[in-house]
Ligand binder design. Structure first.
Ligand code: SF4
Length: 284
């Protein structure tokens, strides 16, 4: 079984529940959205990634790719013009590569982040096989970073429930769904992006939180409206507000204001530690 991998790296988790925890990041290829609206006026779509694609021959690896200040900051993990930069791995080789980048070549207190793109698209079928590879049994905690639009397949859901209860894991809470639901400021439509029933179902197998990316007062209003919709559909986890900003100049304009929003509304603030720590370079 194979998985198309955009990035595999070891870093500090910069956002949400596991902020500060050393983590292996597995970024799968493919997404159902394009999120061209980040950092743009409402209704406008970022053209930055198209400009990068025009000079595609200059970029041989992810690390060569320029960062963008508008639109999705992980554009190369779903835009098909960059797909040649994301090789397929057999799950056996991928499990070995994951463990090889751990400093002790085995799991200690690190956690695995499966991100994208949108990792819950087709890869749900391959993850059990990856997690069952030798050495992976010592892994205790996983976060799926998702946009919250993909239902869990029954077989995958059953597998995750078994996973949390095996090898002396603690049970509920070892699997986390970090749901970065896309508000209209992302450029995506409400009815395609806000799927409360889908997210509520994640609660059957793990700890779930919402994380909204904010730039404007309108984004805040949208986040509060979306929170109401999720709550009405039985969502019971915490809600984080996070400043927009894949580059430091944008992030530092927003972070304090978003922290103040969080305090005002009794919600949680999520930083993006990868921006001040590592300038959000690819591989961080
Ligand atoms: S859902 Fe995430 S990965 Fe997909 S386009 Fe939007 S920001 Fe990018």
């Amino acid at each position: 079984m194979k998985i198309k991998v955009s990035e595999l790296f070891y870093s500090i988790q910069g956002e949400g529940r596991y902020m500060g925890v050393p983590s292996v990041f597995l970024r799968t290829f493919g997404c159902n959205f394009t999120c061209g609206g980040f950092g743009m006026s409402r209704g406008e779509d970022s053209d930055e990634r198209n400009k990068v694609a025009e000079k595609i021959e200059l970029y041989k690896t992810y690390k060569d790719l320029p960062l963008v200040s508008t639109g999705c900051d992980s554009y190369a993990s779903w835009d098909h013009r960059f797909k040649h930069l994301s090789p397929y791995y057999q799950v056996e080789d991928l499990a070995q590569s994951i463990q090889n980048i751990l400093p002790h070549k085995e799991w200690r207190d690190e956690h695995l982040v499966i991100t994208g793109g949108e990792p819950l698209l087709g890869w749900q079928r391959a993850f059990p096989s990856l997690l069952d590879q030798p050495g992976m049994e010592r892994l205790r905690e996983i976060t799926f970073e998702t946009n919250g639009t993909q239902k869990l397949h029954k077989a995958f859901k059953d597998y995750l429930i078994l996973w949390t209860n095996s090898y002396g894991r603690r049970g509920w809470g070892d699997i986390t769904f970090s749901v970065s639901a896309k508000l209209p400021g992302s450029g995506e439509e409400w009815k395609s992006a806000i799927k409360p029933k889908t997210v509520c179902e994640y609660q059957d197998v793990g700890y779930v939180y919402l994380k909204f990316v904010l730039a404007t007062d309108q984004d805040l209003e949208d986040a509060l409206r979306a929170t109401d919709e999720y709550r009405q559909a039985c969502f019971k986890g915490p809600v984080y507000l996070m400043p927009v900003g894949g580059v430091e100049s944008v992030y530092s304009l927003n972070n304090r204001r978003v922290a103040e929003y969080a305090m005002t509304y009794g919600l949680r603030y999520s930083d993006r530690l990868q921006v001040p720590l590592f300038k959000n370079e690819w591989g961080t």
